[in-house]
Design a protein. Structure first.
Length: 353
């Protein structure tokens, strides 16, 4: 019997979940065993999972799960260095040379477990089967506009928080922008045809922000891209990967630009492939903006769990996309799960000594 163990998220400001009670009910009908850890923060109450038939386990008890359980979460595990003997489904951020990712892979090697990275659950044509992209783009554009509004007040963006729904976020942001007394800024979105770019462009449109939409055709020449510096806001919505062009070089810190806010929604600053070269670390909910230049200011916002600002919408959307893939866990050596395992195996074997 396939046993899916849904762990509680340990990261602060992470209220999302990758499966809904309806999804749990569906898997149980298909013969799965499903355990869900209790969590006071998860956007969907534990009792809803109990009512769906899940076994409820204490928060953080996944290290003691049966050896055949497949542990399912979204964000990173506690960084305690322990060996990982289980099979884990999660966003590992481990396959692009990220230092923390290398540590994670060594923990799997030490314990004999395996990582099935959610980012690498792909169909036969290499397309992702489930993604939080739309809501990452929507929330990321909102934070970038908050950064711009704070600049108009002579300051820097303060802490951000989760919202009960998109209407609450949009209402607050519209009021922030109106209070500046200025015309809306111009924004450029790169990756505009993808999930992330669509979400970012939709938020901008709702706020009355004029958007230049670029995708592969506009960036195929490889750069440089001086047009980016002519917009007040740049929203990067493409993943860092080999061959990605540099959109914002380090020289963009210099004066002579209209650009004052970069929303690096794809957010992979420690990768050598990052297309944004003016910063080297993610930002946080408490300090969402990193000022990298003055006169004029240039702020970068790069929060790596943006969809959790809208945990209900993003969880329901993502869970609906992922459920058909979870239904295939009873054949974990084949299809998208087999492909994800092969990707892990390749990177684990390639670890530096």
């Amino acid at each position: 019997m396939t046993h899916l163990w849904v762990r509680a998220e340990s990261r602060p400001n992470e209220d999302r979940v990758g499966i809904t009670p309806d999804g749990v009910r569906d898997l149980i009908r298909r013969g799965f065993k499903v355990t869900v850890e209790d969590s006071p923060r998860r956007i969907i109450p534990t009792e809803d999972y109990r009512a769906a038939g899940a076994i409820i386990a204490p928060e953080g008890s996944w290290p003691e799960a049966p050896s055949d359980a497949i542990v399912f979460g979204l964000k990173e595990l506690p960084e305690d260095g322990t060996a990982l003997p289980h099979r884990h489904i999660m966003f590992g951020h481990a396959f692009k040379g990220q230092p923390a990712g290398q540590v994670l892979l060594r923990r799997f090697q030490k314990g004999g477990g395996r990582l099935y990275d959610l980012e690498y659950l792909l169909d036969d044509d290499g397309r992702r089967l489930a993604a939080f992209g739309y809501w990452a783009g929507y929330a990321g554009a909102a934070v970038a506009l908050k950064c711009w509004a704070a600049q108009q007040r002579g300051g820097i963006c303060g802490p951000v928080v989760p919202y009960p729904g998109k209407e609450a976020l949009a209402s607050e942001l519209r009021a922030d922008l109106d209070a500046t007394g200025r015309l809306r800024p111009r924004a450029i979105v790169i990756g505009a045809k993808g999930r992330v770019g669509t979400g970012a462009a939709d938020l901008c449109a709702e706020m009355g922000v004029r958007v230049t939409k670029w995708d592969m055709a506009e960036t195929a020449h490889g750069g440089p891209f001086p047009e980016i510096l002519l917009h007040q806001i740049f929203l990067n919505c493409i993943l860092a990967q080999p061959g990605a062009p540099v959109f914002v070089p380090e020289s963009a810190r210099n004066p002579g630009r209209a650009l004052t806010v970069i929303g690096d929604i794809a957010c992979d600053p420690t990768s050598a492939f990052s297309p944004v070269k003016v910063y080297d670390r993610t930002t946080t909910w408490a300090e969402p903006a990193l000022r990298v230049a003055e006169n004029p200011p240039l702020d970068v916002t790069a929060i790596d769990n943006l969809p959790s600002m809208l945990p209900r919408e993003s969880s329901i959307d993502y869970a609906a996309q992922l459920l058909p893939v979870l239904q295939r866990l009873d054949a974990i050596d084949a299809g998208p799960w087999g492909r994800a395992a092969a990707i892990y195996d390749t990177h684990a074997k390639g670890l530096e000594p």
